[in-house]
Design a protein around this ligand. Structure first.
Ligand code: ZN
Length: 395
């Protein structure tokens, strides 16, 4: 190493050492709270599906009730890379973007609930300026223009924008995961939020579920019966759950009953009026579908769901539903397919699951639920491995 090279190396370490240490700290910290490793495979596939090969994922669980995504270092990684390039130092190729995904530790072993994470990734895909235009969010349009002062109009637009991005991310999750996403939303969101509470960042959960049901029921309508009612494609157990919830999320029940202290009631009411506008709802759906299609390649259609319901029989026989037969040829199940089949089975109660296990295994609900969860995790892992295997074999 000559003087010049020695000098540049010193400069390099001086300039980038602190950045690299911060980076390592952020990456290493989550490892104190590991998440089930089996999930890694399928969630990584999802990240790569949505963000291309430039994305990677680190999974951890943390105390608290929220799913969090720390969109780590896209900028920071690029900064370091550009900085190193300047000194003719070629850093190893690596992801341009790493998501640190935090699962709530109390739920970290509940594999069926983790499709909620699609919502969080949804937040990362919207281009906000595009959203403002497409959803007509500006102070000069209805209902914002009815507020007296311009600053109030602007504040209400801000609340409505946050809310609509929440709703768009919900619909994105539904387009990717189908009814399994709504099952997870019911189980997770209703346990941790008040149904009619509005905050600056989130519309009431009831409104969110109303929108999810509206789109889901439309997507999964099989036919209309003679009385003009809908016949749905849902499996019997999901059907029962949705029938129970439909009256609770009916349009007539929507409103804002409680206000979180961080939002002014007038702004919340204006935002509520804005998100109830049918044109915006239509645009919201088309935005979410477009993105699911563009980023994920496809959305989860009724025909996929109907086909995947056939997997419930495998689960009943304790066979991980990793593949199915299509005209005599075996095909791999998708992650949404696994989750929908597993939800359908799970909602039927786990007694039947207990009956296929050896008699030495305790049959109390918690033991069965833990074993079923391991079964789901293993299935997700196997499906990830099988996918990689096929890819490597070029088929
Ligand atoms: Zn959100």
């Amino acid at each position: 190493m000559n003087d010049y090279e020695f000098d540049s190396a010193l400069m390099l370490s001086g300039r980038y050492f602190d950045k690299i240490v911060i980076l390592l700290d952020e990456v290493a910290r989550p490892i104190h709270y590991p998440a089930p490793p089996e999930l890694h495979q399928s969630l990584t596939q999802m990240v790569k599906g949505i963000f291309g090969d430039t994305g990677d994922l680190l999974l951890f669980s943390e105390p608290g009730i929220n799913y969090t995504i720390v969109d780590l270092v896209e900028k920071r990684l690029i900064d370091i890379r550009i900085g190193l390039n300047r000194y003719d130092f070629q850093p190893p190729a690596g992801p341009e973007r790493i998501f640190l995904v935090g699962l709530p530790s109390a739920e970290s072993d509940q594999a069926l609930i983790h499709c909620i994470i699609a919502h969080e990734f949804g937040h990362k895909v919207w281009d906000e300026s595009d959203v403002l235009i497409r959803l007509q969010l500006s102070a000069s349009v209805k209902p914002f223009m009815y507020l007296d002062k311009e600053e109030e109009q602007v504040a209400a637009v801000e609340v409505a924008t946050e809310w609509l991005l929440e709703l768009a991310s919900d619909l994105f999750g539904l387009y990717i995961f189908g009814p399994a996403y709504v099952c997870a939303a019911i189980h997770y969101a209703t346990a941790v939020t008040a149904l009619d509470e509005a905050s600056k960042s989130h519309p009431p959960t009831r409104v969110r579920l109303h929108l999810l049901f509206g789109l889901m029921d439309e997507m999964y309508t099989k036919s209309m019966n003679e009385q003009g009612g809908r016949e749905f494609a849902y499996g019997p157990n999901m059907s029962q759950l949705f029938d129970m919830w439909r009256p609770a999320v009916d349009a007539s029940r929507l409103g804002i009953a409680q206000m979180s202290s961080n939002v002014d009631e007038r702004y919340a009411r204006t935002a509520f009026a804005a998100i109830r506008n049918p044109d915006r709802v239509k645009e919201l759906r088309s935005m979410a579908r477009g993105l699911a299609q563009e980023r994920y390649g496809a959305y989860y259609k009724q025909e996929n769901y109907v086909r995947d319901m056939g997997l419930v029989r495998s689960i009943r026989n304790f066979i991980p539903p990793v593949q199915f037969l299509n005209e005599g040829k075996s095909e791999l199940t998708s992650v949404p397919g696994i989750l929908n089949a597993c939800w359908e089975y799970y909602l039927g109660g786990l007694e039947q699951f207990g009956s296929v296990l050896p008699a030495t295994i305790s049959s109390d609900r918690f033991a069965l639920s833990a074993i079923f969860n391991e079964f789901v995790l293993k299935t997700l892992e196997l499906s990830g491995l099988a996918g990689q295997w096929r890819e490597a074999n070029g088929s």
